[in-house]
Write a protein that binds this ligand. Structure first.
Ligand code: MRU
Length: 374
């Protein structure tokens, strides 16, 4: 893995106001290092699929859609650099690469969606020469990248109409450009609302313990000059009670067939607070996050992370040595708290087992396309 220059200019495409989270390059897969933001703007180039897997595990790259695209690129990189002479030699190596990437993080279903998409592509082109297979898989990973940005932009347009002409939106974790190939899911909805002329102020939960809200959401919104107020997680209820929040928009790591939503730990608390205060709670996520094979939220695997994320802050110990710790990285918000699920193909409302199925119908894995709103 190589660390490089300051990325301010390289990684921000100013014309489109899009922060580039990751990029395919000849040297490898390039990531903005999300563990270093906001104090250092560095990027790293992963030169092997194992390095991409490490980048996902250590959260150099994070956020469900970004993890999916990263895995696709990791697979493409592993295949590109294979020494196999024939497709038959390449096949077991390909499966091993998929296995390593599939063992990185368990909750975001986009990871498994991306691996399946690459597996489908491999099966489709297996009869070709090794050189052609390599080209096809690299192209497929690059397509995923482009499609993810297009999906986020379409999602933004579908969701923008749900936000008030003027008001404040609370978000949790980072569901922005940094969680995806660009533009963002929840923050994409906010960006699209602002682009359509709405006056939106964002309240960002800091999002303990990994602080994606404080470190990443605040950083990327400020880059875009979007008015932002950072609050600690335990302030959300009081701020809602003061009438300062008009809507909540969050992302998702996996949405079960019945509309239960797994997202960053603390999302469930925000959803209940929103319900109590009569504030609509929206979830913005691509179709790739909808997992119709998982019937409800109780079946979603929840990643447990290291206790040091809770006992330490910026590397400094803040809790007594040896204290018992729980660190589930995600929670599940039951569908009854979700006012709508915003996707690139439109907005789903309860009953979700019907509306989600309807949205997903016709979306073959390798052919999904955003649907323009209106
Ligand atoms: O642990 P992380 O930072 O990968 O978790 C990310 C989230 O929970 C995001 O809210 C989620 O992936 C939605 S991004 C579309």
């Amino acid at each position: 893995m190589t660390f490089a220059r300051n990325i301010s200019d390289a990684i921000l495409d100013k014309s489109m106001s899009i922060i580039k989270t990751l990029e395919w390059t000849d040297a490898g897969v390039c990531f903005i290092d999300q563990t270093k933001l906001p104090t250092e703007e560095l990027y790293v180039t992963c030169k092997s699929y194992q390095e991409v897997a490490d980048a996902i595990k250590t959260m150099i790259v994070r956020g469900a859609p970004a993890i999916g695209v990263a895995a696709g690129m990791g697979i493409a990189l592993g295949v590109r650099d294979s020494k196999a002479q024939t497709a038959d030699e390449l096949a077991p190596e390909f499966e091993q690469i998929c296995k390593v990437l599939g063992a990185t993080r368990p909750t975001a279903v986009n990871l498994f969606w991306a691996i399946r998409r690459m597996q489908n592509k491999f099966a489709e082109v297996r009869g070709k020469s090794v050189a052609e297979i390599k080209r096809e898989l690299v192209a497929e990973a690059q397509r995923m990248h482009v499609e993810d940005i297009a999906a986020n932009e379409a999602m933004g347009k579908h969701g923008a109409v749900l936000l008030p002409a003027s008001g404040s939106v609370l978000t949790h974790c980072n569901a922005g450009a940094l969680c995806a190939a660009g533009y963002g899911t929840a923050l994409g909805v906010i960006r699209a609302a602002i682009e359509s002329g709405k006056k939106i102020h964002v309240f960002a939960d800091e999002t303990r313990p990994f602080l994606q809200g404080a470190r990443l959401t605040a950083w990327e919104l400020m880059k875009d000059n979007i008015p932002t107020t950072l609050i600690s997680d335990n302030m959300a209820g009081a701020i809602m009670r003061q009438g300062k929040i008009d809507a909540v928009v969050v992302g998702a790591d996996r949405i079960a067939a019945n509309g239960d939503v797994a997202n960053k730990i603390g999302t469930y608390t925000v959803a209940i607070l929103a319900k109590e205060h009569g504030i609509p709670f929206y979830v913005a996520a691509p179709i790739a996050t909808i997992d119709l094979a998982t019937p409800d939220g109780s079946k979603i695997p929840i990643e447990q992370r290291a206790s040091t994320e809770v006992t330490h802050l910026a590397g400094k110990q803040i809790a007594p040595e040896g204290v018992g710790v729980e660190n589930p990285a995600f929670d599940v918000t039951p569908n009854k708290y979700v006012a709508a699920i915003i996707t690139e193909r439109g907005v789903a409302r309860a009953p979700y087992d019907e509306s989600l199925r309807e949205l997903v119908r016709g979306c073959l894995d390798s052919q999904w396309k955003p649907v323009p709103p209106g």
